[in-house]
Ligand binder design. Structure first.
Ligand code: ME8
Length: 629
């Protein structure tokens, strides 16, 4: 029986068709941070991650590499394990869906459902997206394309096995409505309830071996393998012992959190609960779907090849700052934009300036003016006020973390750190030592103890650097971690290294950041490559803001011979009025894409530096449709 102190959390198991990127790193770091917070509060915690190795995508990736799917998986899994190690991920178990115990367990569950009439055979036709490894109905496609991968899926008609998902529709709607914590955040819950307003069909759970051989063979029909999602979702059960070690299983199940990205909400919030219901198991307490890391308003994804590899960033900026940035910059449930520029801004302002400066300033002043850590001998109003905030901070932080509001938790800690920097500015201990050493000692002790407290709260996010810092601060082990006054007055303190040296993009700093610019593959192109790009002038006819997208404008443009619609991420730099009637330069032969549900048939050219963006235009006036060569 699961007790109130057992805490089980999971990440998705990632496809091994390509290398992990920042998106995968984000979910995995989030799980790691939560696991560390919960372990620190004494919970019996189990953090599960792993890889999803079966399916058409993996089979295709292996065949293009000229190796067997198993060889491909064995090679790729190394990259995931290595990435998680370098990112400081402290998981309890790493599952591979090719693990024999998992295969056996999936077959047992399938047989049981089949015997109970929950699975049947039927002929079916549908649009299959290999990227998502699922069928879509025509209605779900956008302009005939998969909304995630922007590619037209294949129409496939074949005999398959189906799970009777449809019969659980009313039960599921009722369950979601009665359990407000089940799907979070609220916006995702509403999305799922919206989806469930349409009739739910039964779920195809198999593929004929003739089309896909890389999967788990159905126990009741050797001509078929199980569909990737049925195999993958069950990992959450098999990894903790289901169905053969029920004692272990029941210790952890139901999961406290399935952390996922919003791309896999339907599979987790519709398929998964109905599968569990059919098996006869309770549902996970919360499925939490975070937003996407975007690059220039487009989802970072393997298939779109616009990825940032987490280890490239770690090599340049260090693991702690990457973890901090990812946790700090994605608001609960919303999308976040990734750029090196935003990363550096956040790093310089909060890690180098606010936190790093406080640490080096306080320790340097103590070392320079005292032989040992001074006492807070004369706490006045300022000090009492700080102590009150310091006492509240752990509680607020833990509350926010338990609600998965990690960004806000970090904001709270950094605001506290800023208030201590301000206190130092006001009290000026470097002046005070000349007139009142006791008073200066009180200020420095208060600042040092505040630093220790903030650092302790930041440790799950930045385990390496913070451990380094905390190991230098002498504490009274008798006192609790979050109790005020744990720093030992009278003890000596070592000088601390610079924790987060400032990053100056033009002047390279020593130590950790960056000895080389972030690695990006920049292949040279030939004149023939360039000639493939059709650049023309165009006149802007109409401009509208895209609802719910702060950065996007929808433009209609005249290309001389035709009118087009394009979506551009320039709303923060130009108002619609500034653009109407202007001549701009566009790439006219770009494959159309759908951005936020709006078709964009081209791309305008703009130059950007230090956050300033300007549209490219011609010096003299020229008709729309002029070719640029
Ligand atoms: O879907 N921003 O695997 P997958 C934020 N095997 N998170 C992102 C992201 C982005 N741009 N891109 C990916 C699968 N992710 C299945 C899962 S689970 C039983 C089976 C993260 O390799 C996010 O957590 O495509 C997303 O849900 C997951 O990676 C998808 O990983």
């Amino acid at each position: 029986m699961k007790n109130s102190d057992s805490f089980f959390l999971t990440t998705p198991i990632y496809y091994v068709n390509d290398m992990p990127h920042i998106g995968h790193a984000y979910t995995t770091i989030l799980a790691d941070v939560l696991a560390r917070y919960h372990r620190a509060r004494g919970a019996d915690t189990f953090f599960l991650t792993g890889v999803d190795e079966h399916g058409q995508k993996v089979q295709q990736a292996a065949s293009s590499a000229g190796i067997t799917p198993q060889e491909h998986c064995d090679r790729m899994v190394v990259h995931f394990r290595e990435a998680w190690e370098k990112l400081g991920i402290n998981y309890d178990f790493f599952i591979r869906t090719t693990d024999q115990f998992h295969i056996d367990a999936v077959r047992q569950v399938l047989q049981n459902l089949y015997d109970r009439g929950e699975i049947y055979q039927h002929e079916y036709g549908g649009y299959y997206c290999v990227g998502c490894e699922r069928f879509y109905t025509q209605k779900e496609l956008v302009d005939g394309k998969c909304p995630q991968h922007l590619k037209a899926p294949d129409f496939i008609k074949e005999k398959n096995y189906f799970f009777r998902m449809s019969k659980y529709q009313d039960w599921l709607v009722d369950y979601i409505q009665k359990n407000p914590d089940f799907i979070q955040p609220e916006s995702r819950k509403n999305e799922v309830l919206g989806f469930l307003k349409n009739p739910l069909s039964d779920l195809c759970i198999s593929r004929p071996k003739a089309r896909l051989s890389w999967g788990i063979e159905l126990p009741f029909d050797a001509e078929y393998v199980t569909y990737v999602w049925f195999d993958a979702l069950l990992n959450y059960l098999t990894a903790i012992g289901y169905p053969n070690d029920l004692k272990r299983f029941e210790h952890w199940w139901p999961a406290n959190y399935h952390l996922i990205g919003k791309d896999i909400v339907t599979t987790h919030c519709v398929y998964w609960p109905t599968i569990l219901k059919a098996i006869g198991l309770p549902l996970p307490k919360t499925i939490f779907a975070h937003g996407w890391w975007m690059i220039d308003e487009t989802k970072m994804s393997k298939s779109l090849k616009n990825i940032v590899k987490p280890l490239d960033l770690v090599d340049v900026y260090g693991v702690d700052s990457v973890r901090y940035f990812l946790m700090r910059d994605m608001m609960l449930g919303q999308d976040a934009n990734f750029s090196e520029e935003i990363f550096i801004k956040r790093y310089n302002s909060e890690l180098a300036n606010d936190f790093g400066n406080l640490a080096s300033r306080v320790v340097t002043l103590i070392k320079r003016n005292f032989t040992a850590i001074p006492e807070a001998a004369q706490p006045g109003n300022d000090e009492i006020e700080i102590q009150v905030s310091a006492r509240k901070l752990p509680q607020t932080t833990h509350q926010l973390i338990s609600e998965l509001r990690v960004t806000e938790a970090l904001e709270g800690i950094i605001t506290f750190v800023r208030s201590i920097n301000k206190y130092m500015e006001v009290r000026q201990p470097w002046q005070l030592v000349k007139t009142d050493k006791t008073e200066a000692g009180t200020v420095l002790y208060t600042a040092l103890e505040s630093l220790r407290l903030a650092a302790t709260l930041l440790e799950p996010v930045m385990p390496t650097k913070i451990k380094e810092l905390l190991s230098i601060l002498p504490v009274d082990e008798q006192k609790q971690e979050f109790a005020w006054g744990r720093i030992k007055s009278g003890a000596t303190i070592e000088q601390i290294p610079i924790l987060f040296p400032r990053i100056d993009k033009s002047v390279k700093t020593s130590a950790e950041p960056p000895s080389a610019p972030l690695k990006k593959e920049e292949p040279l192109i030939t004149i023939d490559d360039f000639a493939k790009v059709k650049l023309t002038t165009a006149t802007v006819l109409t401009v509208e803001k895209v609802p719910d997208a702060t950065k996007l404008l929808k433009l209609t443009i005249d290309l001389g011979t035709e009118k087009r619609q394009i979506v551009a991420g320039i709303a923060e730099h130009y108002s619609p009025e500034q653009l109407i009637g202007k001549t701009i330069i566009v790439v006219a032969n770009l494959q159309p894409v759908t951005i936020r549900g709006i078709k964009s048939e081209g791309m305008l050219l703009a130059a950007k530096k230090d956050g300033k963006l300007t549209l490219l235009s011609s010096i003299d006036s020229i008709e729309p449709g002029a070719k640029i060569s």
